[in-house]
Design a protein around this ligand. Structure first.
Ligand code: TNX
Length: 519
């Protein structure tokens, strides 16, 4: 009689537990497929991590380190009788890059994938399931799920502008940590622009030493920049998190900081944007910039460099009276300054191709003539769809970062005063989440779309706290827009709520979307 009572109570408890469970796994971005398994996995120091294929050994150390540093649980590597296990398994059937599956039971978690990126994504999903639960007496109860998952887009990017304001290596590492937590996998590093040049170039040391002085809001601060050693450190840190780092060296516009250091290559500017351009009429400019790009190329294994190409018309008025430019125009039958701009970019892209690197640029370059398999265009002017269309029609690969809703220097709530707005529109969390490719690109051309990206321009972002406030939680919405097939904002908000406590624990100064009045 007593034992029946115990069994019934046990059953009731299990049923209650299942009922209390969320209908979706507590994971952002939401996996493509999932089914609840009515069991609970116990993670503790008795859990053993078993790496079935040494291909995944680096990822296994990442998992071990994360569980230790987030939850103080030291999982072992030696399976003991009766202990639960986490297995990293190779499964060649997961053909798509980044795909993985997880199957869970009370006794084991099996994360499987065909390659390292996939296993890493699986590890992140498991970590998310773990991270929202608290450890009690050294163990954590994790609801079991079976998950089959793969990314919607290969490119899930975030850009940070460190020219306008410099945040430094520790901050960038923290950003990379959170990107990895959301399976964002491309970090576009805007290292040069008008106020400052932020990367050491050994052949031209003044670029960093002189060009690194100042910021958008303070022209006198001492030079701040990344040494080549620090760049390598960031690239390695990102690689450990399966994030590819893409540097941007902006040209021929947005070049004032460089021109302060080496004025002999300046093509002048306008009243509003002094010394804005490099000089396309000086034959030595091409060699100078190619030397710079060679050093940059060596530091970044991505084999792609973003050359900007944006807003050149803001400051190219001196080109028309430049004897070198005039000569160039007649030699190459260039009709106007737009042609000069494109000629300049073709030559610089050619330098990149000789390094075996791809050419990336903003949408002003959508019509430049280049090999389509080596060119990626970033569409940002959301009010000018024709440039996106041109890039697609030219068969270029495209990354979509329309400023509304993907510019995170735009405010995220109508009441916010610090940050930009675009004719009364801004970049609300909900709009970031709702991004739908079908609104922008015809089905027939969607194969050209690599993915999406948010850009954090930093004219108005003067501190780490401000950077955090503009990024979190919008990167969570960006991540789901770039990965998941389904769109359900309410479900997203439900899964987001516990993440706000994670931000809090990491001392991240986030925007509390649930009570927007509170700062
Ligand atoms: C336009 S987006 C720029 C940036 C500014 C940004 C401000 C782009 C390619 N160029 O230089 O920082 O607007 O939102």
């Amino acid at each position: 009689m007593k034992s029946i009572k115990i069994i019934i109570t046990g059953l009731l408890l299990i049923v209650a537990n299942i009922k209390a469970r969320p209908q979706q796994p507590q994971i952002i971005p939401l996996p493509q497929q999932y089914t609840a398994v009515p069991q609970t996995f116990v993670l503790s120091k008795n859990t053993a991590l078993v790496v079935e294929d040494k291909l995944f050994s680096e990822e296994s150390f990442f998992l071990q380190k994360e569980i230790l540093s987030r939850k103080a649980i030291p999982v072992s590597r030696k399976p003991a009788p009766g202990a639960t296990t986490i297995r990293l398994r190779k499964n060649n059937k997961q053909v798509q890059q980044g795909a993985y599956s997880i199957s869970m039971s009370a006794s084991e978690v099996v994360i499987s994938a065909a390659e390292e990126e996939g296993i890493f994504n699986g590890i992140i999903s498991f970590l998310q399931l773990v991270s929202v639960n608290e450890a009690r007496n050294g163990s954590i109860l994790v609801n079991c799920w079976n998950i089959g998952d793969f990314p919607k887009y290969a490119w899930r990017g975030l850009m940070i502008d460190e020219s306008r304001h410099f945040f430094g290596i520790e901050k960038i590492k923290s950003v990379l940590d959170w990107m990895a937590f959301y399976k964002l996998n491309r970090f576009h590093w805007h290292l040069t622009d008008e106020p400052a040049w932020r990367i050491e170039i050994k052949k031209y040391p003044m670029l960093a030493l002189v060009g690194g002085i100042g910021s958008h809001t303070d022209s006198a601060t001492v030079a701040k920049f990344y040494t080549q050693q620090q760049i390598k450190e960031v690239v390695a840190y990102a690689a450990e998190r399966k994030i590819v780092v893409i540097p941007e060296i902006d040209m021929p516009g947005h070049a004032r900081a460089a021109n302060r250091a080496y004025p002999q290559f300046s093509g002048g500017g306008s009243e509003k944007y002094p010394d804005f351009t490099f000089d396309p009429g000086n034959p030595q400019t091409y060699q100078y910039l190619t030397d710079i790009l060679r050093e940059v190329d060596v530091l970044f294994p991505a084999k792609m460099i973003h050359l900007g190409g944006d807003e050149v018309s803001f400051g190219n008025e001196k080109w028309s009276s430049n004897a070198g430019v005039k000569k160039l125009m007649s030699q190459h039958r260039l009709k106007n300054l737009k042609d000069v701009e494109q000629y300049f970019m073709q030559r610089m892209a050619d330098s990149l191709f000789r390094m075996n690197s791809k050419f990336l640029a903003w949408d002003e370059m959508a019509n430049v003539k280049l090999p389509s398999d080596k060119t990626i265009i970033f569409w940002w002017r959301h009010d000018q769809k024709k440039d996106l269309q041109a890039a697609l029609d030219n068969n270029y690969s495209v990354v979509l970062c329309p400023r509304i809703p993907f510019y995170f220097d735009f405010v995220q709530d109508s009441t916010h005063a610090v940050g930009r707005k675009w004719k009364n529109t801004y970049a609300a969390l909900k709009d970031v989440y709702a991004f739908d490719l079908n609104e922008y690109v015809d089905k027939k051309q969607q194969q050209h779309v690599l993915g999406i990206q948010a850009n954090v321009w930093t004219e108005t972002i003067i501190s780490n706290e401000r950077l955090e406030y503009m990024m979190y939680p919008r990167i969570s919405a960006l991540a789901e827009a770039g990965w998941s097939a389904t769109k359900d904002y309410d479900s997203f908000l439900k899964r987001l709520a516990p993440h706000l406590s994670l931000f809090q624990k990491s001392r991240i100064y986030y925007f509390d979307v649930f009570s927007p009045g509170r700062l």
